[in-house]
Design a protein around this ligand. Structure first.
Ligand SMILES: Cc1ncc(COP(=O)(O)O)c(C=O)c1O
Length: 273
């Protein structure tokens, strides 16, 4: 009734998806392994090493979230944001608005600042706002797909670190295509995408985060289990990470030697990555 699938060969000149590299397509036609097969866990470990190079970081935590790039953004924001947290989003195109929407859905009080589309912020503008409103998190896009502009991040990252603010960066459009220096720019959590500069199909979001983020995750997990101070235990329900799928602390257990089961890994996408 239905013919064998045979999509036409296209030259795709959009910001994503792009054509997959032939090496990627070859990797994707190799056999499925079980997710706890030692051969597969070895591939997981190697992927983490590769991602450290990609993100130019020494972070232990570098692993992909299964889902499109916004799954990576959701995982980071939902694991960090507790209801009422103040999040600053400087917007200079369409994807700034996505950060706002996701942060609001997880209960953040979002403060925005905007500049004309086609422009980027002078770092001092953002730094002044950070000092004025003292947010818990600054979430920002590195490369705005909607305008083709790149926001310089280093000075903002340094200011965030000085003010003890968490700096979250959407590098979906830039990762693998231009420098994304996670450690040097003092980015605490960074999200990439597969379907743009990496020439992989859409469906996985590589992320990295440092020990400052890990501390927040571990604290929330302790509170969830009622292991922190007694008064904190009563806040447990309220403060728990709202998503099972996107809970970075559970994913840490899955991607570390503990290998606690979480989701069923998208093995073929991992080969591609
Ligand atoms: C900068 C940026 N952030 C986030 C996204 C969302 O990615 P996805 O559509 O893979 O969920 C995109 C997609 O084009 C993007 O360009």
């Amino acid at each position: 009734m239905f013919k064998e699938l045979s999509p036409s060969l296209r030259t795709i000149l959009t910001p994503g998806p792009v054509e997959a590299d032939p090496r990627v397509l070859r990797a994707m036609s190799t056999p499925i392994l079980g997710q706890f097969d030692p051969e597969f866990t070895h591939i997981m470990n190697q992927t983490m090493q590769m991602l450290r190079k990609l993100f130019q970081t020494e972070n232990e935590w570098c692993y992909p979230i299964d889902g499109t790039s916004r799954a990576g953004i959701e995982a980071v924001l939902c694991s960090l944001i507790e209801p009422g947290d103040l999040v600053l989003v400087p917007i200079y195109g369409r994807f700034g608005h996505l950060l706002v929407e996701i942060a609001e859905r997880y209960g953040a009080q979002v403060a925005t600042m905007e500049t004309d589309w086609g422009e980027v912020f002078a770092p001092e503008q953002v730094i002044a706002e950070i000092k004025r409103i003292r947010p818990k998190i600054v979430a920002m896009v590195h490369g705005e797909t909607s305008t083709g502009r790149i926001q310089p991040l280093q000075e903002i990252g340094e200011a965030c670190r000085m003010q003890d603010v968490l700096f979250v960066v959407d590098a979906v459009a830039t990762i693998g295509g231009t420098q994304v220096k996670v450690d040097e720019w003092k980015i605490d959590a960074c999200i990439g995408g597969t379907q743009k500069c990496l020439s992989i199909p859409s469906g996985m979001a590589p992320i990295t985060f440092n020990e400052r983020v890990e501390t927040v995750l571990r604290q929330r997990k302790k509170i969830e289990r009622g292991l922190a101070e007694p008064q904190a235990a009563s806040l447990g329900q309220e403060r728990m990470i709202r998503s099972n799928y996107f809970d970075l602390s559970q994913l840490m257990d899955y991607w570390s030697p503990t290998r606690l089961n979480h989701h069923t890994e998208a093995t073929t996408m991992l080969y591609a990555l």
